[in-house]
Design a protein around this ligand. Structure first.
Ligand SMILES: [Zn+2]
Length: 190
């Protein structure tokens, strides 16, 4: 039986450790030391490695969706997945469309996350109809970002519409951090 871990290495750290992005030498040593002694976290890392080698394949199958980390995004781009990015600052409205050959659409939401540890992303469609909601998304820093991935095949099916995205800080006193609009145009060729 595997002993439960008292101080699990967070998933995001394991992912970054695996992708070797944004991790300094000291942090790598700490993770390695922990993994050496901890079967539970080693098993989780193995799952991530198993996912990683098939990550681009998963994306092409439309199975990568939701919030993704910067390490995963970098890895996808390095592995040759066709990632179409849309960057939005608070208050911005950006036209968005999907093109043949795209694998995944990633909407990057910038905001000032100073003093904020995690946020809620809610996405609404026409008439404020709720489309998606993601809670406890970890963020860091004044120049952070939240990366929201949607398979291109899903976006291709969407009619032209206006999507409103809202980031709110999680916790006892939620504060709105940013509101963004994607003006989606349906693909003309089909
Ligand atoms: Zn552990």
């Amino acid at each position: 039986m595997m002993l439960p871990c008292q101080a699990p290495v967070p998933d995001a750290t394991l992912l970054d450790y695996w992708a070797r992005d944004g991790v300094d030498g000291e942090a790598i040593d700490r993770v390695e030391e922990h993994l050496f002694a901890c079967g539970a976290c080693s098993a989780r890392l193995e799952q991530i490695v198993a996912l990683g080698s098939g990550l681009t394949a998963l994306v092409r199958q439309g199975r990568v969706s939701g919030i993704v980390s910067r390490a995963i995004l970098n890895r996808l781009q390095r592995d040759g997945a066709h990632v179409r990015m849309f960057w939005l600052a608070p208050g911005e409205t950006v036209p968005c469309a999907v093109f043949p050959g795209d694998d995944v659409i990633v909407t990057a939401l910038r905001a000032d996350f100073s003093g904020v540890e995690s946020v809620t992303l809610s996405v609404t469609g026409p008439d404020d109809s709720p489309l998606s909601r993601y809670e406890d998304v970890p963020v860091s820093g004044a120049r952070g970002e939240v990366l929201w991935a949607t398979p291109a095949a899903v976006v291709q099916q969407m009619p032209s519409m206006r999507l409103e995205l809202t980031l709110t800080s999680a916790g006892v006193a939620p504060t709105e951090l940013g509101r963004y609009v994607l003006e989606h145009s349906a693909s003309t060729s089909s």
